[in-house]
Write a protein that binds this ligand. Structure first.
Ligand code: PRP
Ligand code: MG
Length: 212
């Protein structure tokens, strides 16, 4: 029997809510903690646990058919991938921040400055739209430490509760975009699997309605 293949975040903030929405859709997954792949007992579905940043490429290559992923990741590296459903959880912003004691007037203050980020494409696009050129320093995690250790003037990263910014003496000065978890679809999904996707979408819609 054909199964639809879904990617979910392996570990991190999206993982738990992603598995919960599948569960609420009545899709049970046996979840061996260290397994990177699991199969549903009651729906023709396979789950692949992957790193967030790798998911757009897996969708593009058709290795998975659908994914639960942060819209911010698609904006950064999956602009060609379509969204079937907005899922209403894991809401966050992708923002620019500078040290709390900096006087900040406008985006022009970033001109010629160093910005540490894991979202280079998003920052480049935003700065270009404002006519600002900055020097991007790409790091993969713990971005908020950069200004404190003299690596950068400011940072661009995800802001959710704001507590990471607060703990690192930073202030949010520009919100570049707002994001939430979405159901993304591979451009190469087969007709047969599209039918399974429709079933899942139907269930997701009623789960989201019930949550309101
Ligand atoms: C994420 C993100 C921010 C933080 C935002 O980091 O990169 O640093 O969460 O959340 P908050 O506003 O609620 O504090 P995460 O803890 O996932 O670790 P990483 O950056 O090292 O990947
Ligand atoms: Mg972080």
């Amino acid at each position: 029997m054909t199964k639809i293949r879904i990617a979910v975040q392996k570990s991190g903030r999206l993982n738990e809510d992603s598995l919960r929405i599948l569960k609420d859709c009545g899709i049970s997954i046996d979840n061996g903690k260290d397994q990177l792949k699991a199969t549903s007992r009651n729906f023709p579905l396979e789950v692949f646990y992957l790193r967030n940043g790798d998911i757009p490429q897996y969708l593009r290559d058709g290795v998975v058919d659908i994914a639960i992923i942060g819209e911010n990741v698609l904006i950064e590296k999956g602009k060609d991938i379509s969204i079937a459903e907005r899922l209403g959880f894991s809401k966050c912003r992708v923002s620019l921040a500078v040290p709390k004691n900096e006087t900040y007037n406008s985006i022009k203050d970033f001109e010629g400055k160093k910005i540490a980020t894991s979202y280079p494409n998003t920052v480049k696009g935003y700065l270009a739209s404002k006519g600002v050129t900055a020097d991007l320093h790409i790091i993969n995690g713990s971005v908020e430490i950069a200004p404190n250790i003299g690596l950068a003037y400011g940072i661009c990263d995800i802001v959710s509760s704001g507590s990471t910014l607060f703990k690192n003496n930073l202030k949010e000065v520009e919100v570049m975009l707002k994001s939430e978890a979405v159901l993304a679809v591979s451009p190469t999904i087969s007709e047969e699997r599209k039918e399974l996707l429709k079933k899942i979408q139907f269930r997701i819609k009623s789960v989201l309605q019930a949550r309101q």
